[in-house]
Write a protein that binds this ligand. Structure first.
Ligand code: TYD
Ligand code: MG
Length: 457
């Protein structure tokens, strides 16, 4: 009597690498204890063979000049932050992965999209919550779209069956980890299930020209197949981040086939859903009547959008032998470098001081244009002299203490001017800037000492 042999393989639940045998440490991503045995189908999927085509349709190569329709159609969304982060709207047939830690607000944002878009039939598939729960949440957010359908289903065949009836123009899957397909035998949430279900969604999106959002959880211990596996399958990867203790949520793209990955969307979590923060400077700069020491304002670019952000520093005599350096929202090594520049090139004695740095709003800043603001916040705290209200900074600081130019300076100056700032410290190496064009005073400096004497005279 022959017993059908079940073929199994081990998959890394973090990155999806497979191995015929169990291994303790993944050879690909280096994680420990992530290999789990999964059943793979005995007859290999014909799609994986390079010599057969899944749909039997012969595709001929086209001369590049014969291909028409270069411009992508974009569907503008109700949500302006999301539209901008996606690169100007949703592309029909695109597959978007929307990742984030549990409880950050992924379901809320997607439901908000589903209930707020205009003239669009939306199918919201949830494998996590009941219809009643979703209805309650939708009422909290406010239902504006009369064509929004909720389906609580996790089997992909059933989902596609319903989708064929409803013919949605937008589909949202909450979440990819709850889906399962009959073509793979392992349990929902395992790497092979997640990958296969996402593959089916990809085919659905492309064949029907329907944009599909896949919500994906990221867990720190990697016990669920992380969206890492999916990243190269999808067109766009959106990430929702934020501090659970802060009300602000940041939306970023880490991959976008249809646009730049520099854009940042900001939301505020409120009782009635997520509010778009269209003018981030309003929340990132505290308005004070009195200037306090250790606070400076930087003019940054997040993608194509300028914003002003508050930088706070606290410099104090080291309480213990070794001085402490800590930074929130700013690269600690870069802070170390800036402090070394101040010490070595400019003669400020900071080597024996504790230095703490904090960027407002839980934001992580990578734009080097914040350097000068960081340096000035540190110097202001060190000297215990406040920087006057209405002063802001936009420059990089080099290793020899020189003030270096930054990108899109005109845009930054205009933003600062628009928000009522009186003076902006920038590099003197910018070419073609004319003071006459601006009401804000341009303080063009070449060295930190010049900035210091300009500020504290
Ligand atoms: P949720 O969208 O369920 O997170 P995720 O899908 O990423 O796991 O949002 C969870 C949190 O959001 C929850 O703690 C409650 C809060 N919330 C609000 O503050 N206001 C609201 O209007 C809604 C719907 C949720
Ligand atoms: Mg959710």
């Amino acid at each position: 009597m022959a017993v059908a042999k079940v073929k199994t393989q081990y998959f890394c639940q973090n990155c999806g690498t497979s191995s015929p045998k169990w291994v303790g440490k993944c050879t690909s991503c280096g994680e420990w204890n992530t290999y789990v045995e999964e059943i793979v189908k005995k007859n290999d999927d014909p799609r994986s063979s390079p010599f057969s085509r899944s749909n039997g349709r012969a595709v001929k190569p086209l001369n590049l000049n014969e291909i028409t329709g270069g411009e992508e159609r974009r569907i503008p969304l109700y949500d302006k932050e999301l539209t901008r982060v996606l690169g100007g709207g949703l592309v029909p047939g695109s597959l978007v992965l929307f990742g984030g830690e549990p409880g950050i607000g992924k379901s809320t944002l997607m439901l908000q999209l589903a209930t707020n878009v205009k003239n669009m039939r939306v199918l919201y598939v949830s494998g996590e919550e009941s219809e009643q729960q979703i209805r309650m949440r939708a009422e909290r957010i406010g239902i504006k779209n009369q064509d929004c359908f909720i389906l609580t289903e996790t089997n992909t065949a059933n989902i596609f069956q319903q989708a064929a009836i409803i013919e949605p123009q937008l589909m949202i899957i909450d979440s990819i980890q709850t889906l399962h397909t009959a073509s793979v035998e392992s349990s929902p949430g395992s790497v092979s299930q997640v990958r296969e279900c996402a593959g089916e969604m990809l085919r659905y999106a492309k064949e029907n020209e329907v944009p599909v959002f896949l919500i994906g959880h990221i867990t720190k211990d990697g016990s669920i197949a992380g969206p890492k596996v999916l990243e190269h399958m999808v067109d766009t990867v959106l990430q929702f981040e934020g501090d659970r203790n802060h009300v602000y949520r940041l939306l970023r793209t880490t991959k976008n086939r249809f646009g730049s990955t520099n854009e940042l969307g900001i939301y505020e979590m409120q009782g009635s859903g997520l509010r778009e923060v269209s003018n981030p400077s309003e929340i990132l700069v505290t308005s004070r009547d009195e200037a306090v020491s250790g606070v400076s304002i930087a003019v940054l670019m997040e993608g194509l959008r300028p914003m002003l952000i508050e930088t706070q520093a606290l410099v104090s005599s080291a309480a213990y032998g070794t001085p402490q350096r800590s930074a929130t929202g700013f690269d600690l090594r870069r802070l170390g470098m800036l402090l070394a520049v101040l010490e070595k090139r400019c003669g400020f004695r900071l080597g024996v001081k504790d230095v703490f740095l904090n960027i407002a709003g839980g934001l992580k800043v990578e734009d080097p244009g914040i350097d000068l603001a960081v340096v000035c916040a540190v110097l202001s705290s060190n000297a215990d002299m406040p920087i006057a209200n209405g002063v802001c900074f936009a420059a990089e600081v080099g290793l020899s203490g020189e003030i270096r130019p930054v990108t899109r300076i005109e845009q930054r100056i205009s933003e600062a001017e628009k928000l009522g700032f009186k003076e902006i410290y920038i590099s003197k190496f910018h070419k073609g800037l004319k003071q006459d064009n601006y009401a804000i005073r341009l303080r063009m400096c070449g060295k930190i000492e010049e900035v210091f004497s300009g500020l504290f005279g």
